[in-house]
Write a protein that binds this ligand. Structure first.
Ligand SMILES: Cc1cc2nc3c(=O)[nH]c(=O)nc-3n(C[C@H](O)[C@H](O)[C@H](O)COP(=O)(O)OP(=O)(O)OC[C@H]3O[C@@H](n4cnc5c(N)ncnc54)[C@H](O)[C@@H]3O)c2cc1C
Length: 127
């Protein structure tokens, strides 16, 4: 079975898979992609249906950019904001701010999960 997505009604031959992973958040998606790149046939079980929203600050440190790009996420496809400043405010109007030396980029999990789940041919997502 080669398509990268399926649903609960799809016929799945369990003998076809080397690895099963439960949970298609960043950890499950990343691991699935890394294993698929090593030629393992991976089945990923996610209880939600992609794309879906999650509660998230939508900030990812630039430290992770190269790794996420190496998974196959095309940064050039999206016009993602670069975030260099942190501001924390309180209801009474006080705030503190700080420069973030390394900085990060803003991306929704709706977007990043949905892109990653499309990737390797050797990975099948079930939702
Ligand atoms: C409010 C909040 C804001 C955050 N903001 C940021 C931020 O700005 N930047 C940042 O880097 N990190 C942020 N984080 C942390 C980040 O969300 C987590 O580090 C990251 O989601 C962990 O990834 P994960 O794959 O381990 O878990 P998750 O992303 O939680 O993924 C787990 C997946 O498993 C699925 N699942 C659960 N049970 C089952 C089941 N029985 N069968 C099938 N599937 C199942 C769930 O649907 C989910 O998709 C934030 C976290 C919270 C709570």
């Amino acid at each position: 079975m080669t398509p990268s997505t399926a649903n609960k009604n799809s016929q799945i031959d369990s003998k076809f898979f080397d690895v099963g992973i439960t949970g298609g958040g960043l950890a499950g998606l990343s691991l699935s992609i890394l294993l698929a790149k090593k030629n393992y046939n991976v089945i990923l079980f996610e209880k939600e249906k992609y794309p879906f929203h999650r509660v998230c600050g939508e900030y990812i440190s630039l430290e992770s950019r190269n790794f996420i790009a190496s998974l196959g996420f095309y940064f050039s496809k999206f016009d993602l904001p670069v975030i260099k400043k942190l501001i924390v405010s309180s209801p009474d109007g006080n705030y503190i701010n700080a420069n973030l030396d390394l900085g990060g980029f803003g991306v929704s999990r709706f977007c990043i999960d949905n892109e990653l789940k499309k990737l390797p041919k050797k990975m099948v997502c079930i939702f």
